[in-house]
Design a protein. Structure first.
Length: 184
């Protein structure tokens, strides 16, 4: 396994992140049985990656100058934007903000090495989760490798929907309370 460091991405990293994400999402699409061009991540521009880097916390796994994995977590001031049913509305109504994970990708040849877990752990402990109590993400239900990965890391499946032409699950992670969450 390579000797890696996790750090925030820079604007200069955007082309490498875009390429890594596209390759990983092609594999994700195949593993999920998703047909057609419904994954936004497959048509993401370098400019949209740069936007993610500047507005969210885009973390990368680096082996020297090589980017082996990436994940973005952003703070969402209104979790209700992810509500699509009475069930999700009831669940999300007790949270005033949340973290949201997107564009999680690890180089295909390095999957099942523990690098994805390290990257996810870094995102879950980032400042975007402070005081929220909740982190959300979506993934294809048919992709059992990914759903099991999230379930084994403490995420719960809240609900599913098919607005994008395939069944997506909304997964939630309860962020542990930290002493820094106390308002003085």
């Amino acid at each position: 396994m390579p000797d890696v460091v996790i750090r925030r991405a820079t604007i200069e990293d955007a082309p490498k992140i875009a390429l890594l994400t596209r390759r990983a999402m092609l594999s994700y699409q195949e593993d999920s049985g998703i047909k057609g061009n419904v994954l936004e991540s497959l048509t993401e521009s370098i400019e949209s990656v740069e936007e993610r880097i500047t507005t969210g916390r885009c973390l990368c796994l680096y082996d020297g100058d090589n980017i082996l994995g990436t994940i973005t977590i952003t703070r969402c001031p209104n979790p209700m934007k992810y509500s699509f049913s009475r069930k999700t509305e009831e669940f999300l109504s007790s949270f005033s903000s949340c973290g949201y994970i997107s564009r999680f990708a690890v180089a295909v040849e390095l999957r099942k090495t523990g690098l994805g877990r390290k990257l996810l752990d870094a995102a879950l402990s980032s400042p975007e989760t402070d005081g929220t109590g909740l982190v959300l993400l979506h993934t294809a239900i048919a992709n059992t490798r990914m759903t099991n990965f999230y379930l084994n890391r403490g995420f719960d499946l809240i609900d599913t929907e098919k607005s994008r032409g395939y069944e997506r699950g909304l997964f939630a992670f309860d962020v542990p309370f930290k002493e820094s969450d106390i308002l003085e």
